[in-house]
Ligand binder design. Structure first.
Ligand code: SF4
Length: 263
């Protein structure tokens, strides 16, 4: 095994700034083979990545974390994408139902600390159970979404999953996203047409007013104290410099070099 640092991934990602999402998705398949998967919450960008994977015939599985309290429209969108784009969508679920969790801990999502616990149990832990299955996870974060995502890297290290995170849509503008969806008639979550700019669990997501920030509909009841769930490590990055442990030949392919040893 060899170490692959966040700094090295940032450097490779910097060289990818001019590459299109199509190119980056092809690179992921060529580099990681069958050890790459996409994560989608069935929002606009995620649905678009699903369409790209299908259009490019990349045979990359899609992971969807069903917290047990998703909107029916989101579940229907997942099912439509699987059927119409012939995608292998793998649904992960938390250990406890929301009812079981509430019976044990109370209504967690009503407080800032409880939200962190709830999101970790219902979103992050199901993903962590897959640790070791994939060396690369494709997300659909975009810099145009602003906030912590305003500078999201194309490549980063997901230390808990010991996997590279790829954001092929990082540079996709709102105009490019709208144009792609219109041109390809991409299946998207109908809640976007009902004022939901971003979509998570039905307990913690509301529509937003036209003048509001895009993420203001998430955890609105907690004010500005909760903005992200933690399923995307760069949203909650504490500024440390993590590293992954991956096979040396894979590290060579990611870096585009041939090394005899790693320090
Ligand atoms: S978004 Fe709300 S209900 Fe969903 S996992 Fe997080 S705190 Fe729990």
């Amino acid at each position: 095994m060899a170490r692959l640092t966040q700094a090295q991934l940032f450097q490779v990602g910097n060289n990818f700034e001019e590459r299109s999402p199509d190119d980056l998705l092809r690179w992921a398949k060529e580099t990681f083979g069958n050890r790459v998967a996409a994560i989608s919450a069935m929002q606009q960008s995620g649905c678009t990545v699903c369409h790209m994977i299908s259009r490019l015939k990349l045979d990359i599985p899609v992971i969807f974390v069903d917290t047990g309290v998703m909107f029916q429209e989101t579940l229907d969108t997942r099912d439509r994408l699987a059927k119409e784009y012939n995608l292998n969508i793998r649904t992960l679920q938390p250990e406890q139902t929301m009812e079981e969790q509430t019976a044990q801990h109370g209504v967690l999502y009503l407080t800032v600390e409880g939200q962190k616990q709830c999101c970790h149990a219902r979103k992050v832990e199901p993903l962590l159970k897959m640790q070791g299955e994939y060396d690369c996870l494709i997300s659909s974060l975009r810099r145009a979404d602003g906030g912590r995502r305003g500078a999201c890297p194309i490549l980063s290290a997901d230390v808990e999953m010991n996997a590279v995170r790829l954001n092929p849509m990082a540079n996709f503008t709102n105009e490019q996203l709208d144009a792609y969806i219109a041109e390809h008639n991409v299946v998207t979550n109908p809640l976007h047409q009902q004022g939901y700019s971003t979509i998570g669990c039905n307990r913690c997501t509301t529509p937003v007013m036209p003048h509001e920030d895009k993420r203001s509909g998430r955890w609105r009841h907690l004010g500005m104290q909760a903005m992200y769930c933690g399923i995307n490590p760069t949203d909650t990055d504490d500024g440390t410099a993590p590293a992954l442990d991956l096979p040396l030949d894979l590290v060579d392919r990611i870096l585009g070099v041939k090394t005899d040893f790693m320090i």
